[in-house]
Design a protein around this ligand. Sequence first.
Ligand code: NI
Length: 254
Amino acid sequence: MWDSHCHLNLIDLQPYGGRVEAVIEQARQAGVVGMICIGVDLASQDAVMALAHTHEEVYASVGVHPCHLAGSLPERERLLHYAQQPRVVAIGETGLDYHHEPEAADLQRQSLLLHIELAKQLDKPLVIHTRQARADTLALLRQAGERAGVMHCFTEDWETAKAALDLGFYISFSGIVSFKNAEDLREVARRVPDDRLLIETDSPWLAPVPHRGKSNCPAWVADVARCVAEVRKVPLDTLIETTSANTRRLFRLP
Ligand code: NI
């Protein structure tokens, strides 16, 4: 299976003897064949690129998270410089987060538009983060007439999922779908069409049940897979096959 969204460069390596190879090996043993290491800011983009360039299983995305803008619009030339490198399969994560940074809403919208423009120019899918900003996120994506991407770590309602699906987007579920109080989200996970469903860890955050409270890792995408398979009442193998094919199609992976 694939972990379609992790932050491998941000995982605390202390429990792994300081070796990222140990994190990747643990994932491999859990059945993970590939992972996409998602960029969150330009300062850490070199680390993301290094992981993708030195590990066969790891691909990269390039972007600045809406909560990592630090008061200014990312430099277009620097984003472009990274985004054109080999092993980069997506633009993001980008998006809007009015929950954590409502005061930066205007800057976030400008940054999202910049990422959309870059994704169009390079013909790469977008990785979208949205939190308490569903209407604006959808409006900008709609106005931009953007090609497909993924609504990552989806936590919104079915209406929002439907609107994103209508725009051509995929919907990705993280460990949140396994949380005890996430009954509504599991209902959304049940309804997403087979050919638009992705799974992810968003590690090191959001460890799924039964690892809640611990530092998350790509291996535990297996727990997300188990939960989503159960919710959709399909065999685990089928769920893995479907989401792997979707990940490969969206990010044009081998
Ligand atoms: Ni993320």
